[in-house]
Write a protein that binds this ligand. Structure first.
Ligand SMILES: [Zn+2]
Length: 322
């Protein structure tokens, strides 16, 4: 009898936990979709770099960080870091530019490890309104890079709902990546912590669709063989493989690169399969594979949590430091 009751209780508990975790997953799914539907909506007009629409995205991301319970680490006790000054542009040369970054922080709980920072980043801007393609002139940037912003938000959410990790984690959304990384450059000149304290940066770029060049549940890491970070994350459950498009030089093409040049072990996580909607109005919500995106984000939660609690310090492979 006793065994039967125990078995009965165990089954009930098991069913209860299964329901809870299914509900949790439904909530995550709904959150991911909700955040994407706002950031990549036509109402945001493509979040053009340095524009009012980019500021709307920044304000939204800041309010999400507040709701999640991440501490503000921008200007004057707020999340937004205002960026203003003269920047060198690729084609036009020197120009006055205004943009912003959004910066949140979870302070590490370990006296010894809390000065070591894990930096999780994405860029919030896209191309705005431009010449129409098939009658659509809003370049929504759902994959590029609303998907990365939502990944960083979800990682913040997951980490904030547990006891603080041993290391400090920063969540940063850069402005004006598409115009040459002005937000990122300003961040490097006005970092919220000394750059030498940042032991790893993972930039999330274009994870909204699977890449047929790798397995369906895999993500790739730019510059995978340049440091031991990717292999070590993979050992801890990340389904991360080497970038299958080396000719595209993706390691150099996102905000991670400026950090890498400063010595920070910095890579980009992506599953961009060179789709034809890249930098076109077709990069919209209708083309997001939400099952893939949710799975991609989930697959990184455990490994990022491990990194934030470990004493492992990633290093460049000899001769591969940019
Ligand atoms: Zn991008």
């Amino acid at each position: 009898m006793a065994t039967r009751i125990k078995l009965f209780l165990f089954c009930n508990l098991f069913c209860f936990l299964t329901v809870i975790s299914a509900q949790q997953s439904n909530i995550d799914q709904a959150l991911i979709r909700a955040e994407m539907e706002f950031l990549a909506s036509d109402a945001m007009q493509g979040r053009a770099s340095g524009s009012h629409d980019e500021l709307l995205a920044a304000t939204y991301l800041a309010s999400q960080l507040r709701e999640i319970g991440v501490e503000p680490a921008g200007d004057e006790g707020a999340y937004i870091q205002n960026v203003s000054g003269e920047f060198n542009f690729y084609r036009e040369g020197k120009k006055q530019w205004t943009t912003r970054n959004v910066i949140g922080r979870i302070t590490g709980r370990d006296e010894k490890l809390k000065d070591q920072v894990i930096l999780l980043t994405a860029h919030m801007d896209h191309l705005g309104v431009r010449e129409p393609v098939n009658g659509d002139n809003i370049y929504n940037g759902a994959d590029d890079d609303a998907s990365g912003c939502v990944a960083v938000l979800q990682l913040a959410r997951a980490l904030a709902h547990k006891k603080p990790p041993k290391r400090t984690v920063f969540f940063v959304f850069f402005g004006s990546e598409e115009t040459g990384g002005q937000g990122n450059r300003y961040f490097l000149e006005h970092p919220p912590v000394p750059l030498k304290n940042i032991i790893a940066n993972l930039e999330f770029e274009m994870i909204g669709r699977p890449d047929s060049a790798v397995k369906p549940d895999e993500l790739w890491l730019t510059g995978f063989d340049r440091s031991n970070l990717g292999p070590e994350l993979a050992k801890h459950g990340a389904r991360l493989v080497a970038d299958p498009h080396p000719k595209q030089n993706f390691f150099q093409r996102s905000d991670n690169y400026a950090l890498a040049k400063q010595g920070v072990v910095a890579h980009t996580v992506s599953s961009f399969g060179l789709h034809s909607d890249y930098h076109r109005p077709g990069d919209d919500i209708a083309h997001i594979d939400f099952a893939h995106m949710e799975e991609a984000i989930h697959s990184m939660l455990g490994p990022v949590e491990w990194l934030a609690n470990s004493e492992f310090k990633p290093e460049w492979v000899e001769g591969k430091k940019p």
